[in-house]
Ligand binder design. Structure first.
Ligand SMILES: Cc1cc2nc3c(=O)[nH]c(=O)nc-3n(C[C@H](O)[C@H](O)[C@H](O)COP(=O)(O)O)c2cc1C
Length: 132
């Protein structure tokens, strides 16, 4: 795992709704948007599973997840290994986030994504370079 620097965490947080890519066992990619998620710590991004379908199947199949963001703070890509968590503190946190709101969502589980690699997402010098 790698530690995600504050400025990169902030770049993701500022975008709020971020693309989440997964892949199935045959190599078929799948990408969705997620809007309910949080940084649990400097190595861990948690997504609230409300409606994940193919994404959840892919997480259970191989755990590989990739996110990307862009904004004033720059553009970054992170590659993670994820697991579906259906009990314990992270599940409770995800469920609360989903259900204790004006328009509640199901909050079925927490997809806990541990960051393994970070890349520069911006064009120009260093495009695609591995940062950590
Ligand atoms: C703006 C936006 C935000 C979304 N946020 C979430 C989310 O936080 N959690 C979730 O489970 N689904 C969320 N969805 C739904 C997923 O993007 C997607 O529809 C769902 O995972 C089913 O697709 P799949 O079969 O590829 O997994 C969101 C959709 C949109 C358009």
């Amino acid at each position: 795992m790698v530690k995600v620097p504050e400025n990169i965490k902030a770049a993701f947080t500022a975008q709020r709704v971020i693309p989440m890519a997964t892949v199935n066992g045959e190599g078929v990619p799948n990408i969705i948007y997620v809007g309910i998620w949080w940084w649990e710590d400097e190595e861990t991004l948690c997504v609230v599973n409300n409606y994940l379908n193919k994404t959840l199947a892919n997480v259970k199949d191989n755990g590989r997840v990739c996110f990307v963001c862009y904004g004033k703070g720059g553009s970054y890509q992170i590659k993670c290994m994820a697991e579906d968590v259906t009990d314990g503190p992270l599940y409770v946190k995800a469920h609360k986030l989903a259900t204790e709101r004006e328009r509640p969502f199901p909050g079925r589980s927490a997809v806990v994504c541990r960051v393994l690699e970070i890349y520069q997402g911006s064009g120009g010098d260093g495009a695609g370079d591995r940062l950590a």
